[in-house]
Design a protein around this ligand. Structure first.
Ligand SMILES: N[C@@H](CCC(=O)N[C@@H](CS)C(=O)NCC(=O)O)C(=O)O
Length: 333
């Protein structure tokens, strides 16, 4: 069964800025999806039962294929849903689109935004949350650490808003790279961190980063917000299911794509079928997916594992930002 004929299940919590990248994309492209809502902290038994040890949010299942990391999820959705009247394109496949993705994720914008979460916010005074986020990033999220990191993070963030204001939106354009009527993927790549911070009370100080200092940028953020809110209202609330039902749908489904190959020229020298571990290196690094290597190329690694119902599933992760290691035979003893 083709990927498009199976239900897309998004595992997320609605205030996750990374997850919103995917929700906007799906709505902009009119791709229906089902959601399985998750707690904001570990443990997440629904995801363990689905068959992956990955701890970050969001992730996506299509039948027995599981996709980790928004960068890979977007690539897959682009491939599974080529432009059509039912699912209009929003991508220009431009260098700018890709560079904005790198700017916001690898360029450290998201990490800086995390330092701007106000230290008096209730979540940052919840011991369970603090412990969980320390485990996720390896850094302290306590009041002292937040307050120490804030000034430098603000300077970096102001520079980022300046880049949007003067370079990206400097000529007065409506969208970064509108494709068709509305915003495009380049807008998603550029807006998700600024929009998150705009709506996070106390994150951005008035007079320093605000609609007066960056009028074009704030107008564009609001335009994007209104546009995507309108689309979400039109699409209606997504079908929401519990973990047990999501697991059943996944188990009863098929793989969303054919099994790949392992690149014989890959510098790691790994072989198809051997046991490997895969994990992200920038955050969520203590959670490793161990399984049988079934696909490996320059963009993606795929391991086969067994889910909570004893069915084999394939976990896909990007190569970029992830480490793949063969599991030594003696490590199994
Ligand atoms: N590079 C990943 C990052 C995902 C990420 O860091 N997500 C945050 C939520 S916005 C997260 O997982 N936080 C810790 C958690 O929820 O466990 C992606 O593009 O999906």
């Amino acid at each position: 069964m083709a990927a498009q004929d199976q239900e897309i299940i998004l595992y997320h919590y609605t205030f996750s800025p990374f997850a919103r990248r995917i929700v906007w994309y799906l709505n902009l492209r009119k791709i229906p999806y089902t959601q399985c809502l998750q707690p904001p902290t570990m443990p997440r038994p629904d995801i363990t039962a689905l068959g992956t040890s990955y701890r970050r949010i969001p992730l996506l299942s299509i039948g027995r294929s599981i996709y980790n990391d928004t960068r890979l999820i977007l690539l897959k959705l682009e491939a599974f849903y080529p432009p059509s009247p039912a699912h209009p394109s929003i991508s220009s496949s431009s260098a700018l689109e890709k560079l904005l993705e790198t700017w916001a994720i690898d360029g450290g914008l998201f990490a800086r935004a995390g330092q701007l979460i106000p230290s008096d916010m209730s979540l940052l005074n919840d011991e369970k949350f603090l412990k969980d986020r320390q485990d996720y990033t390896g850094r302290s999220w306590g009041r002292e650490a937040q307050e120490k990191g804030r000034p430098e993070a603000l300077v970096e963030m102001r520079r980022a808003f300046g880049f949007l204001e003067e370079v990206v939106l400097g000529d007065g354009r409506v969208w970064v790279e509108g494709v068709g009527e509305g915003p495009g993927l380049a807008d998603i790549e550029a807006v998700w961190v600024p929009l998150w911070l705009r709506d996070l009370k106390g994150a951005l100080p008035a007079g320093y980063i605000c609609a007066n200092t960056f009028p074009k940028t704030f107008a564009w953020i609001e335009r994007f917000h209104q546009h995507t809110r309108g689309l979400a209202q039109k699409a209606g609330k997504p079908k929401t299911i519990k973990g047990a039902e999501a697991l059943r749908i996944s188990s009863d489904g098929e793989f969303a794509e054919a099994e790949g190959e392992v690149d014989g020229n890959d510098p790691l020298g790994l072989k198809k079928g051997q046991e490997v571990e895969v994990w992200p290196v920038d955050s969520g690094f203590s959670y490793k997916d161990r399984g049988r290597l079934v696909g490996l190329d320059g963009n993606e690694v795929v391991v086969e594992k067994v889910n909570g119902e004893g069915k084999s599933v394939r976990v896909h992760a990007p190569r970029h930002g992830f480490r793949v290691r063969g599991v030594k035979e003696d490590a199994k003893l």
